[in-house]
Write a new protein. Structure first.
Length: 337
């Protein structure tokens, strides 16, 4: 399969393995570097150029330029996860680890590629903007907490009044910036009818507020074809268990492999929902009655909220408390029989 081009993505460079003639080249991780690569591939593959597939490991922001270039030039890609590539490397017994070896290994991973996994990247720029806003908002929350802790310490230590005043002003400015960034995200959502309809449907769930709805909308927009299982995994809320024989028997926990920002922003709404949403409160209490620890029960409520929001998003419906409450009560009665 000479059409699978292995690309090891780094911050400033791309190490590329081209099976045709077994070439190893290093290029800039930039549009200029990718244009040079594409011209080279054009000379090598000629008429079969449309059949090439870029195989690369998901590396967050570092692979953004590559994905944008592939989208613009309709280049098919096979994106693999870090765990998947690490496991494959062990299977083929790679003892050394270099950029060249990794690029060649990625090319060889074509044997794992299914037809549905090979596709031209699609990037929703508006969804990416929403993510940028919510990510920056979360960084502001962290900064406010750090400065507030400093203020508390400085107050007890009787620091100079000028210093205390400056710190208080800084907290005020951070809070203003938080409001501004949420407003910018809402402006973007309101400017798109389908986004705003989805946002309204998501916020119809009691306990899901503005910021939670924004990040949930981003998640659903980024992964439009995701199933319930995919959404659970992307949220990092899929349960994992480690047990082997009699020596390894760890308690079940969530994977935390998905979007950590989502879990951080959803935590407080979960506590609010347990208090004010009767369906979620019944679900939570039932888990506690079964002996589940509070934290695990809260994570289960979070998962239920996210999946419910996803259902409303896909079906373009609003939350009907009576409908969901009747379903929950009927389910409980069946379990008791």
């Amino acid at each position: 399969m000479n059409n699978y081009i292995g690309i090891d993505v780094a911050k400033s460079t791309l190490q590329v393995y081209i099976p045709e003639n077994e070439l190893n080249i290093e290029i800039e991780n930039s549009l200029y570097g990718l244009k040079k690569l594409y011209n080279k591939l054009n000379k090598l593959y000629k008429k079969t150029l449309p059949d090439i597939v870029f195989v690369y490991e998901s590396t967050g922001s570092y692979s953004t330029i590559l994905e944008r270039y592939c989208q613009a030039n309709k280049i098919k890609c096979f994106k693999v996860g870090a765990y998947q590539s690490s496991s494959f490397s062990k299977v083929i017994k790679n003892r050394s680890k270099t950029d060249k070896i990794d690029a060649k290994m990625l090319s060889q991973m074509n044997i794992l590629a299914k037809e549905k996994d090979i596709k031209i990247p699609v990037r929703d720029d508006s969804a990416h903007k929403i993510r940028s806003f919510i990510k920056y908002y979360h960084s502001l929350i962290k900064e406010e907490g750090r400065v507030a802790n400093y203020l508390e310490s400085a107050t007890f230590n009787l620091e100079d009044k000028y210093v205390l005043k400056r710190v208080k002003n800084k907290i005020t400015n951070i809070q203003k910036e938080q409001l501004l960034i949420v407003e910018k995200a809402m402006e973007l959502i309101k400017s798109n009818d389908s986004y705003y309809e989805a946002y309204t449907n998501i916020t119809s769930i009691k306990g899901v507020g503005q910021k939670s709805a924004i990040i949930l909308l981003y998640l659903f927009l980024k992964y439009p074809n995701a199933s319930r299982q995919h959404i659970t995994a992307l949220s990092g809320l899929d349960p994992i268990e480690k047990s082997s024989g009699t020596s390894v028997n760890r308690k079940q926990r969530i994977s935390k492999q998905g979007l950590s920002l989502l879990r951080a922003i959803m935590y407080m709404p979960v506590l609010t929902t347990i208090q004010h949403n009767e369906e979620m409160r019944l679900f939570y209490n039932r888990l506690l009655e079964r002996g589940k620890p509070k934290m695990l029960a809260q994570m289960a409520v979070m998962r239920k909220m996210i999946l419910l929001a996803h259902s409303l998003y896909k079906n373009k419906e609003q939350y009907d408390s009576k409908r969901y409450l009747n379903f929950t009560q009927n389910k409980k009665e069946i379990e008791m029989k």
